[in-house]
Design a protein around this ligand. Structure first.
Ligand SMILES: Cc1ncc(COP(=O)(O)O)c(C=O)c1O
Length: 461
């Protein structure tokens, strides 16, 4: 830590935070007797708090965002040069970084063609939902308006996005929700719903989507929104056979495929986008967190040209365009940062590093599974990984949230910040989550896994 803030300044910061900041995802009663942790500085994979305590960040800013790591001066420079030149103009007109980042992004997404800018993952998803609804009105008399979502997936915090939320604890107490959103079953084989394995399981889980479409009526279903790898719902990598069948079903019933890449997008799983592991062709791809690694707020709703064309086929109709407003979609810091973020990933070979380090980490976590009976399942793709903790491997009874919290706290005490599923699926907030920056080295991974090893030993000895 460079020590620019004195201990006095920092004490004031803590008091100001305690008095006035409402933190996300935190029960505040504890701050009546303890201080909040303030992260003061970051460099590479590491952060420092108000006490100067260093930690290895194994979750890229807690919510899987800082893909290229902290302290990237070239991103800061790109932002500051752009802000001095032009900080903002609303998106009805163009901007230099907006055009250039769109071009660069589309290069990485064969089959896709248009980028709609916004500023959070939730909003990017809302844009896609609105497009689906508008297409239903324009082409199907409003009938083909239903949007399917999957149990255990999450698509954002706004009421519209929560209406597509498959995590009961995220949604609880925030209803009523928007109509026209319909759930399909999750595809986690470890918590199997069908007595099948591998590819047969994957196909069966996808067939469950067809069953829902047939039950609802194919002429009422406009789209399905899916995470490529379910993130906060338990790090769920769909089984083999799943995606191919999903694509077939979408084509068969003319259901638009919306892939929510808010977490997996821009390198997290070792490809530019998670869906690219599976050779599928989406109609919508939404992304946010890693797009500019948190250096600026930016999210994108990317569509195929086929979708885009539906909004410009009749220019004589004054209602025939996407009548959405995105004030902060006109901020230029986001695309300026995103361009430089993408350059770094390319020039430093971070996709390859993500694949190599992801493979290494899953091997190391699997070794831990051999050592600790409490690890029931290890899963993930690239540098997005999870370890599900169970009290009994045979019954798969989850460990308590208190125990999961103790494991996370134990890692914290050892100087490693890890995550865990949190207020997500009732009774199943039992998966440790890891999403280190894409620059992680073997030494970093070893430090993370060793901290987990020691913490598991302490909590479950
Ligand atoms: C898969 C997924 N989609 C959407 C969102 C919402 O993104 P945001 O918090 O930027 O609105 C999240 C947030 O964690 C997410 O995990």
């Amino acid at each position: 830590m460079d020590g620019t803030l004195t201990q006095n300044d920092l004490s004031h910061v803590v008091e100001a935070d305690k008095a006035h900041v409402w933190h996300h995802l935190v029960q505040h009663k504890a701050f009546e007797t303890t201080d909040p942790r303030i992260i003061v500085e970051g460099k590479g994979m590491r952060v420092w708090d108000q006490h100067g305590r260093e930690a290895l960040d194994a979750v890229s800013g807690a919510v899987w965002t800082v893909n290229v790591g902290y302290g990237r001066k070239t991103i800061v420079d790109a932002i500051s040069e752009q802000l001095l030149k032009l900080n903002y103009f609303a998106g009805a007109l163009g901007s230099v970084p907006g055009a250039l980042f769109a071009e660069k992004l589309i290069e990485k997404m064969p089959g896709m063609s248009r980028v709609y800018y916004t500023n959070s993952g939730s909003e990017a998803n809302e844009k896609a939902f609105k497009m689906v609804r508008q297409i239903a009105h324009k082409r199907y008399g409003g009938k083909k308006h239903k949007i399917l979502y999957r149990e255990r997936d999450y698509h954002g915090t706004t009421i519209g996005a929560l209406s597509a939320g498959g995590q009961l604890e995220r949604n609880a107490q925030y209803g009523p929700f928007a109509p026209g959103f319909v759930e399909v079953p999750h595809c986690l084989e470890y918590r199997a719903q069908w007595d099948l394995t591998g590819e047969a399981y994957g196909k069966r889980a996808a067939d469950a989507i067809e069953e829902v479409i047939l039950r609802e009526g194919p002429d009422t279903v406009g789209a399905i929104c899916l995470e490529p790898v379910t993130a906060g719902g338990g790090v769920i990598v769909p089984p083999p056979g799943y995606w191919e069948r999903v694509q077939e079903i979408c084509r068969k019933y003319d259901v638009l495929l919306h892939i929510d890449e808010v977490v997996c997008g821009v390198g997290r799983t070792g490809t530019w986008f998670g869906y690219q592991h599976y050779g599928i062709e989406p109609d919508f791809v939404t992304m946010a967190k890693g797009v500019a690694s948190g250096y600026a707020a930016i999210a994108c709703c990317v569509t195929s040209e086929r979708v885009f064309d539906l909004f410009k086929d009749d220019a004589s109709d004054p209602m025939n365009y996407f009548r959405d407003i995105s004030t902060f979609g006109g901020c230029t810091a986001g695309p300026a940062a995103a361009l430089e973020n993408m350059r770094i990933i390319e020039d430093e070979g971070l996709l390859d590093n993500t694949t190599a380090m992801g493979d290494y980490m899953i091997d190391r976590l699997s070794e831990l599974k051999d050592k600790h009976a409490v690890i029931g399942d290890v899963r993930g793709k690239g540098l997005f990984l999870g370890a599900e903790l169970v009290a009994d491997r045979a019954t798969k009874e989850p460990v308590s949230e208190k125990e999961v919290g103790a494991v996370v706290a134990g890692c914290n005490a050892a100087g490693v910040i890890i995550g865990a599923t949190n207020r997500s699926v009732p009774g199943l907030n039992n998966t440790l989550c890891f999403a280190p920056a894409l620059i992680a080295t073997k030494d970093d991974i070893d430090q993370i896994v060793d901290a987990v090893d020691q913490s598991l030993t302490k909590v479950f000895a």
